[in-house]
Design a protein around this ligand. Structure first.
Ligand code: MLC
Ligand code: AMP
Length: 491
């Protein structure tokens, strides 16, 4: 039996989930996910790692589908809710998904893609309760989930995690952050990335705690949920803390005082997925009385390094390796660096993913000969705590906590009939961390509003360039390569 299920059986009567104004116990979650697993199986003994892509609103339905896929022996492929059809189709095709599940509100977007490939399509609201079926035993080494991540190649890669990987990613956080069954967390993060899936939902449900959902992030929604007085844990990306502070500043003094008093009672607030600017950390402490715990992670490894739950959290630092996670810093020749010297973060241990989906070369390239995963992030140990200095590739952009590939955006821009060539770079931004800037060489006059409308049919909103520069030629070095540092000078 899956460990997550065994854990849930230990607290049948605790509230597992609050969504859409309804509370659901662990016992209900076990029943409904078991029934959904049976519905997926349709008499088969085991889905045998068939990929099941699902586009489901965050909340009870999302979790019962995720658990249902796992309990039926499938691989869960959560789809981003803001992807345009082209990006959804990429994931469905790349994973060779066999079944597509959607909340009714997404049927019109995703059913045509399923129909075009003749895939089984399940609209959730069709039928909520299904008859019980015998469920297969799932070994921990079996593949559990594929999440898409951008890197230094133009197309996003599927990261496969096994059940054992997910268990290890969850349990290290349960220990390090002292999760309790009495905890109550608010989930506002998108559920196609590890931050929301592992750190928030995975940990809460492993601990027998309560996970309350907002269908999407909004400062008003977050503060209204906080004011109910039940929530004691919160995790988000720095952009969310920035947006919450900006909203708080506009509230009347009396409301601010009530909110601050409520937030002072929280057990823990965590920031991650992108560097937490010291100013945001300080503003948040002023607003909430909470010293944010910053941690570092990645889709391929879950969380690896964290500031302490008890003990000093150093601003601008990410802390120390989490329990059971091997971390080292190496130089260009893959040799561990001397103390105090910068090096690439490499990670080893049970939390590290299984492989990239159907990309053996990319998988081989991602590991050293002795099995360390190369993160591409550069750090140094300073005051006994790791501190991120930057990334080894200029082509990786982190915007609002999302990892974007400059190369992927360039490839899309180049398919536009009016664009001859282009270069995409990260632009520093107080709110988003970084935003996307694009330099375009056009073959004919370009209407940028029209261009943006077109890009949104190709890429999700967070990958859309925010600033453009039109040039006659891209700056190139002696080797004929576009020099991205020169592109930055154009903004
Ligand atoms: C959206 N907008 C952006 C943008 N994204 N503008 C600039 N840069 C971006 N990246 C614009 C939209 O086009 C829109 O403008 C307006 O902002 C509102 O869009 P939205 O999508 O409704 O925004 P909002 O809900 O405010 O979303 C912001 C956010 C979201 C921070 C809540 O980006 C988010 O959920 N980020 C979290 C991502 C995450 O979970 N990452 C974890 C990866 S795992 P207009 O003009 O169209 O109205 C990982 C490992 C680890 O990294 O360590 O955790
Ligand atoms: P993703 O591929 O979306 O999982 O993003 C992982 C990347 O996010 C890491 O490789 C880092 O570059 C970045 N990241 C995560 N947490 C932090 C942090 N606390 N500080 C700086 N960068 C971070």
């Amino acid at each position: 039996m899956l460990n997550l299920i065994r854990q849930a059986q230990a607290h049948p009567n605790n509230t597992a989930i609050i969504s859409d104004g309804q509370a659901y116990t662990y016992s209900q979650l076990l029943d409904h996910s078991g029934q959904f697993a049976g519905h997926l199986l349709q008499g088969k003994l085991d889905l045998a790692e068939a990929r099941v892509a699902f586009m489901v609103t965050p909340g009870f339905d999302y979790v019962r589908v995720q658990w249902g896929i796992w309990r039926a022996g499938g691989i869960a492929v959560p789809l981003c809710l803001t992807y345009p059809p082209a990006s959804l189709d990429y994931v469905i095709t790349d994973t060779a998904a066999e079944i597509i599940v959607a909340s009714a509100s997404y049927t019109s977007i995703v059913k045509p893609l399923a129909d075009a490939k003749n895939l089984r399509f399940i609209e959730l609201e069709e039928q909520r309760e299904y008859g019980p079926e015998a469920l297969p035993a799932i070994a921990p080494e079996r593949k559990a989930m594929i999440l898409y991540t951008s890197g230094t190649t133009s197309l996003p890669k599927g990261v496969i995690s096994t059940h054992a990987n997910l268990d290890a990613q969850i349990t290290t956080l349960i220990t390090a952050w002292s999760w309790q069954s009495t905890d109550h967390i608010l989930c506002v993060l998108p559920l196609h990335h590890v931050h929301g899936i592992v750190n928030v939902i995975g940990c809460a449900l492993w601990a027998g705690a309560c996970c309350e959902f907002l269908p999407e992030f909004s400062p008003t929604g977050v503060f209204a949920a906080f004011q109910q007085g039940r929530i004691n844990l919160f995790m988000a990306v720095p952009t969310i803390y920035f947006k919450l502070v900006a909203h708080y500043e506009k509230l009347p003094l009396a409301e601010q005082e009530v909110l601050t008093a409520t937030m002072q009672n929280f057990r823990l607030m965590v920031s991650g997925s992108a560097a937490l600017p010291i100013g945001v950390m300080q503003n948040w402490e002023r607003v909430s009385g909470q010293v944010l715990l910053e941690r570092y992670g990645m889709t391929e490894i879950g969380m690896a390094i964290s500031n302490p739950y008890r003990g000093q959290r150093i601003p601008g630092h990410i802390g120390q390796p989490l329990p059971g996670v091997g971390v080292r810093l190496v130089d260009d020749s893959n040799q561990p660096v001397e103390e105090g010297q910068p090096g690439e973060i490499q990670v080893k241990g049970p939390t590290v993913f299984h492989q990239y989906w159907q990309r053996p070369q990319a998988t081989a390239d991602a590991f050293t000969g002795d099995g360390w995963f190369r993160t591409g992030d550069v750090a140094v140990i300073d005051e006994g705590s790791y501190k991120i200095l930057g990334r080894s590739s200029i082509d990786i952009i982190k915007s609002g906590g999302y990892k974007l590939s400059a190369l992927e955006i360039e490839e899309v821009l180049r398919t536009h009939p009016a664009i001859d060539d282009c270069g995409v770079i990260a632009l520093p931004d107080e709110e988003w961390g970084e935003t996307v800037g694009a330099v375009l060489v056009a073959t004919q006059p370009i209407d940028l509003t029209e261009l943006n409308r077109w890009i949104r049919t190709q890429l999700p909103p967070y990958k859309v360039p925010r600033q453009y520069r039109l040039v006659h030629e891209l700056p190139r070095n002696a080797m004929g390569k576009v020099t991205k540092n020169d592109l930055k000078q154009l903004f």
